[in-house]
Write a protein of this length. Structure first.
Length: 258
């Protein structure tokens, strides 16, 4: 009986200790209402096991601690924040301690915006999202309409916010060039570049269902196929098995069901 009591005390103190430790680790703690918003709006989260859901929540909290999300001409809602953070977490979900070190702010615009900013060769589709360079370094700009559309219940192959975070993953090695060097073993780099060029050629000749925006350059190719990979993994795997395998290696994930 005494042993039993001791064990219970140990378990309770350990649980309390973990909760306290978690509170010390992040300022932001998701409320039940916010978790419900994730459940209702983020399919990726919904498909996770309970354990992985908790891990996803941790990563969201950590991201919201690190990065400020500000509205320009709009009031940022909880759902906006959670969608931005989810877009950041989804591609790096399987990397335990990975953090975005090249972003401090996300500016949300109501809709598409024009080109009064300095940016790298990553300007997107007149313009739903961009990652800044020069004096805009560390900033990302997103159209809220595009953000919400990316998580709509009837997903296409597009998710602008994931696209922009993939540019930041690409940028982690210093260059936005379509080759995320830290994510791909050296021996895969050449095959990956070859694969990109082959597929760009197919798109140009009308023999691919990948969004033609991918032909802009390798960086856009990588970001566009990553959207497809996370939005329609089954279809992407069926139609582009080699690209699927390579992205699966890069992101450490296998999101297709079958
Ligand atoms: Zn882009």
């Amino acid at each position: 009986m005494l042993y039993f009591a001791i064990i219970i005390v140990i378990v309770i103190s350990f649980t309390l200790y973990r909760r306290r430790r978690r509170r010390m680790l992040t300022q932001v703690i998701l409320t039940d209402v916010q978790k419900l918003l994730l459940t209702k709006n983020i399919d990726y989260y919904n498909q996770l096991s309970d354990l992985d859901k908790a891990y996803f929540e941790d990563k969201i909290e950590q991201f919201l601690d690190d990065v400020r999300i500000e509205g320009v001409g709009l009031q940022v809602t909880d759902l906006d924040r959670l969608m931005v953070a989810s877009s950041a977490v989804i591609p790096i979900f399987r990397f335990k301690d990975w953090r975005y070190r090249n972003i401090t702010n996300v500016l949300l615009y109501p809709d598409t915006f024009d080109e009064d900013y300095q940016y790298e060769a990553t300007e997107d589709r007149n313009i739903m999202g961009m990652v800044g360079s020069g004096y805009m370094n560390g900033q990302m700009i997103l159209s809220r309409n595009a953000l919400i559309k990316g998580f709509s219940k009837n997903p296409g192959m597009e998710n602008t916010a994931i696209h922009e975070f993939v540019h930041l993953i690409d940028k982690a090695d210093g260059a936005i060039d379509g080759v995320p060097e830290g994510f791909l073993p050296f021996e895969y780099i050449k095959p990956w570049v070859r694969m990109m060029h082959q597929e760009i050629h197919k798109i140009e000749s009308g023999h691919s269902d990948i969004n033609p925006y991918a032909t802009t350059n390798e960086a856009e190719f990588f970001a566009v196929v990553s959207e497809y990979f996370f939005e329609k993994p089954d279809q992407f795997q069926t139609r582009h098995p080699e690209l699927y395998d390579m992205l699966s290696r890069i992101f450490g994930q296998d999101p297709a069901q079958g």
